[in-house]
Design a protein around this ligand. Structure first.
Ligand code: APR
Length: 231
């Protein structure tokens, strides 16, 4: 058990495992999305240029999947901890919006969001939460709007990463939940090699490549957070 009151600033860094118990599939491992779908056909800019509607349909399917899932006790617990411990920041690789649906405030969505569209050229972002992912074109250039997420081969959103880095630099506790931490540059945000290292905790039912480098490893599921992190 970890008492947040022992730490002035906390960053919780989440990956697909955070949403797994809600029924949202992870990316790697058994039943992972990239076992079923080749990312080169569904999750990169060149696939979108070749077959925009096919790529939008794939993401629409993912949106429907997410809408059929409910945030679990772990999501709700993080949101409630943020009320008692306002310096708890959530930095997520997830694009599913589950933290927000549970009432959590997300400081950085590193890989964007399934609930927005954007123009690759003009950066114009449209909220698509209410509508379906049918092809919509940019009003400025006529190119089809793409999901506002970071696909394979895309540049990262530097401003979002800068925001995450600033929070991580100041934190005294860093809790990594449900990520295999193999996708860079997001994985590089885990502050293993910094001079003023925060206390580093991993929460994951399975070992990861980085497990040995954490100060504390809790082999537990994300839904067990109410027992693992206390105010
Ligand atoms: N609770 C906590 N962790 C879990 C749970 C659970 N109930 N179930 C699975 N996990 C862990 C797995 O053990 C694994 O380490 O979640 C992790 C999921 O890893 P990935 O599928 O690789 O997901 P993630 O690390 O978020 O992927 C990073 O890769 O494809 C890209 O952009 C995509 O943001 C994603 C990025």
């Amino acid at each position: 058990m970890i008492a947040l009151s022992d730490y002035a600033r906390v960053v919780v860094f989440t990956g697909a495992g955070m949403s797994a118990e809600s029924g949202v599939p992870t990316y790697r491992g058994r039943g992972g999305i990239w076992q079923q779908y080749d990312y080169e056909d569904y999750a990169c800019e060149s696939a979108f240029r070749r077959h925009p509607q096919r790529v939008l349909d794939f993401h629409e399917l993912r949106r429907e999947q997410v809408l059929g899932c409910e945030p679990h006790a772990g999501h709700a617990h993080l949101a409630s901890l943020q009320r008692t411990h306002p310096s708890l920041s959530i930095v997520t690789q997830n694009i599913d919006g589950m933290h927000q649906r549970a009432g959590g405030a997300v400081a950085a969505e590193l890989h964007g969001s399934l609930w927005r569209l954007r123009c690759a050229q003009h950066g114009v972002v449209e909220d698509a939460a209410a509508g379906r992912f049918v092809r919509r074109d940019c009003t400025q250039c006529g190119r089809p709007l793409r999901p506002d997420i970071t696909w394979f081969g895309d540049m990262i959103d530097e401003a979002v990463f800068a925001q995450a880095r600033a929070l991580i630099e100041m934190c005294s506790l860093f809790v990594c939940i449900g990520t295999s931490a193999v996708v860079w540059p997001a994985a590089g945000l885990i502050p293993f090699d910094v001079r003023q290292r925060p206390h580093l905790v991993e929460i994951n039912p399975e070992p990861t490549d980085g497990s040995a480098r954490f100060d504390r490893v809790l082999r537990a599921s994300a839904s067990a957070l109410p027992e693992l992190l206390v105010p």
